[in-house]
Design a protein around this ligand. Structure first.
Ligand SMILES: [Zn+2]
Length: 129
């Protein structure tokens, strides 16, 4: 027997719906699966963050080491952002690479999912932080 989380009635284990209130146990299972999965995901920085195959760790290192040249943007497939970075580096006499250094550190501090949303899936021309 299992207990319905909505009305507290005891229900057969194989029942999909609660006989008392119609609560759908399948939706609960899906809910748990959906919300527990991210926590179980391997959040290794050097693993691919999604089907695009981009690694958060690689992008972060590129941003820290070669950020002034926008290499991390070229790596992420955002060539326009890379070119803008080169121009900004020239215009700011290299100060731009400090901004990219901060970006790289922030990349290291976020999760793979956050990274993917901000830098891989983002349609922004120049996704910064
Ligand atoms: Zn119920």
């Amino acid at each position: 027997m299992k207990t319905c989380p909505q009305c507290g009635r005891s229900v057969d284990d194989y029942a999909q719906f609660c006989q008392g209130c119609g609560y759908n146990f399948a939706s609960q299972a899906q809910y748990q699966q959906h919300y527990q999965q991210p926590a179980m995901n391997n959040d290794n920085a050097f693993d691919s963050c999604g089907p695009e195959g981009k690694s958060r760790g690689v992008a972060a290192l590129l941003a820290i080491l070669l950020g002034g040249l926008g290499i991390q943007y070229f790596y992420l497939g955002k060539a326009t952002a890379g070119i803008i970075s080169i121009v900004l580096s020239l215009v700011t006499c290299g100060l731009w690479s400090l901004v990219m250094l901060i970006q790289g550190i922030m990349m290291f501090c976020m999760t793979n999912a956050q990274f993917r949303e901000k830098y891989v899936l983002s349609t922004s021309t120049l996704p910064l932080f």
